[in-house]
Ligand binder design. Sequence first.
Ligand SMILES: [Zn+2]
Length: 99
Amino acid sequence: MKQGIHPKYHDQGIVCTTCGTRWQIGTTRNNLRVEICANCHPFYTGEQRIVDTAGQVDRFMKRLSASQDRQAAIERQRGTKNQPAPKKSLLKEIYGDDA
Ligand SMILES: [Zn+2]
């Protein structure tokens, strides 16, 4: 093995931050962490659940409700803007307001 050209080898493994499992794998990077692994992924566990480690579901729900509020406000504005003007009576339309 030639000296000085190989990266440093770490054998601490990879840690899953969801279930805490340590997978023994040799890597060239130190302190590797993954959000999900075969031990806790719903595909492998057979459970139907959402693994939300980074609060992504909460963030999505927050964005969704903000978007719905914005859309409702736009709809309200549109509703008031596109209201047809109150119709004049036919007499007033023909003879003007002083008839
Ligand atoms: Zn895991």
